[in-house]
Design a protein around this ligand. Structure first.
Ligand code: RB5
Length: 144
């Protein structure tokens, strides 16, 4: 089964913990890059190692969260090999995979319930990249 890289700050810690249990129960392996408590911390310290693991193939993809999702998404997307998508509804998560081949799903932990987060994760996990014109667009994202 595939390995998922997880990262959060303190605001996403409890949702991260719950989602790790959820994906474990579905048979996925997990690499948890922290944080490890609700003590105040800085999301880039956990986002960068998770991004590197996805970029180098140690993890197949990632799931990350902070309070709004914005800070951690901004950090992840500094990595050329990362397409991190902030999703607060299942439809956005499905489209992030189908159209953008997002390799890190980002959640706004303070703005979604556990049940909503599970639905968003399931939508992402069940979706397939459509390729074709979407691949052509993705190929134009990188700053050369
Ligand atoms: C932490 O208070 C909060 O600023 C952080 O989790 C995130 O929302 C930043 O983008």
């Amino acid at each position: 089964m595939e390995t998922i890289a997880f990262a959060s700050d303190h605001a996403g810690y409890s949702l991260k913990k719950a989602l790790i249990e959820y994906v474990n129960s579905k048979g996925y392996n997990v690499l948890d890059f922290g944080t490890d408590s609700e003590d105040s911390c800085d999301y880039p310290d956990f986002a960068h190692p998770a991004a590197k693991a996805v970029e180098d193939g140690t993890a197949a993809f990632g799931i990350a969260m902070c309070g709004t999702g914005n800070g951690i998404q901004m950090t992840l997307n500094k990595h050329q090999g990362i397409r991190a998508a902030l999703c607060w509804r299942p439809e956005l998560a499905a489209l992030a995979k189908e159209h953008n081949n997002a390799n890190i799903l980002v959640l706004p932990a303070r703005f979604v319930s556990y049940d909503e987060a599970v639905a968003i994760v399931d939508a992402y996990l069940n979706a397939k990249f459509e390729g074709g014109r979407h691949q052509r667009r993705i190929d134009k994202i990188a700053v050369k």
